[in-house]
Design a protein around this ligand. Structure first.
Ligand code: SF4
Length: 313
């Protein structure tokens, strides 16, 4: 099931320009058929691309390989909420410091509000008020004069296997024990509070830190999850070794993806190369209706993650 597979790379590409073979200069050497000794092409990726495969290879295939991509389900209210809050905070930092005051928050949030996925207007208004309250509490703890090194800043780095790029919510300049340092800040708006294990285990945060350190040529070992609904910060201090371990894991995932793509290019069944991994996340998967494993799982309403828990008592 699913759409046509494109974009799979062959181990030994046979591609030629669309208009046919380009004329070979008279003195040119015969075309080399082997690629021995040539560097492997790097796997270009973002944290979400790697995360999609690690979560479920089939979801990765639907998102990044099949073309046309299978239709997604309806938009999720929690994604709308997350995007609205992230953009409001981005725009907060775009203001000059003397205008970073709580009074501007309603304007910022209204200006960035994404309306999709809510059950009805009443729920949407309720969530808007909640989000505004989170933002007010959050900026109360910020120094308006602080200028982050980056806000929604793309950082990129290459290893021997992958070319990584990703957009960090915020990169802060901090005073470290041995001089200026950077810290990666990631905003979270989900219901569940997060702890240090989440910060330590986040491959995305580690890759941002690894890349930021190289882009800005400054140590970047601290990663923080700022959970706006609870007003808590879950932080972890990486070491060079722990960052290297996360990079190695990312490279292993990249190799697995490239191997799966190669096997499809070599004629293997795409369903075997990108297996399903059914589990609780299927209920929230955009491709639940396309995926044979997901179709069997009960789905969630698009607004399920922003519903208030039932009143106790
Ligand atoms: S429904 Fe489940 S098994 Fe299917 S692609 Fe989504 S996460 Fe994977």
């Amino acid at each position: 099931m699913g759409g046509r597979i494109i974009g799979v790379r062959r181990a030994f590409p046979t591609g030629r320009p669309a208009g046919g073979r380009a004329p070979r200069p008279r003195d040119a050497q015969p075309e080399q058929l082997g690629f021995e000794g040539m560097p492997e092409r790097l796997f270009v990726c973002t944290p979400s691309k790697l995360g999609a495969y690690a979560d479920c290879p089939r979801r990765y295939r639907y998102s990044y390989v099949d073309r046309p991509a299978p239709p997604k389900g309806p938009p999720w209210a929690h994604n709308s909420l997350g995007a609205s809050v992230h953009t409001a905070l981005k725009n907060w930092y775009a203001l000059p410091p003397d205008r970073r005051r709580p009074e501007v928050l309603p304007t910022l949030l209204k200006g960035t509000w994404v309306r999709e996925g809510y059950r009805d207007d009443e729920q949407e208004r309720d969530v808007y008020r909640r989000a505004l309250g989170w933002l007010e509490a959050y900026v109360d703890g910020l120094d308006p004069a602080d200028e982050p090194v980056g806000v929604e800043r793309v950082v990129a780095a290459k290893t021997g296997v992958l070319a990584f790029n990703g957009r960090a919510d915020r990169i802060d300049a901090r005073a470290g024990a041995h001089g200026p340092e950077l810290a990666i800040v990631d905003y979270k708006t989900g219901r569940a509070a997060l702890d240090t294990d989440d910060a330590r285990g986040s491959q995305a945060l580690a890759l941002y830190a690894y890349a930021a350190e190289r882009v800005f040529r400054r140590p970047c070992r601290r990663v923080e999850l700022h959970h706006l609904p609870s007003g808590t910060v879950a932080a972890h201090e990486h070491t060079a070794e722990s960052l290297a371990r996360q990079v190695t894991r990312a490279e292993e995932t990249a190799r697995d993806i490239m191997a799966a793509e190669r096997s499809v290019a070599d004629g293997d069944d795409p369903d075997d190369a990108f297996p399903t991994t059914p589990g609780p996340r299927c209920a929230w998967c955009d491709y639940r209706r396309t995926c044979p494993a997901g179709a069997a799982a009960p789905g969630k309403d698009p607004w399920a993650a922003v519903e208030r828990p039932p009143e106790q008592g």
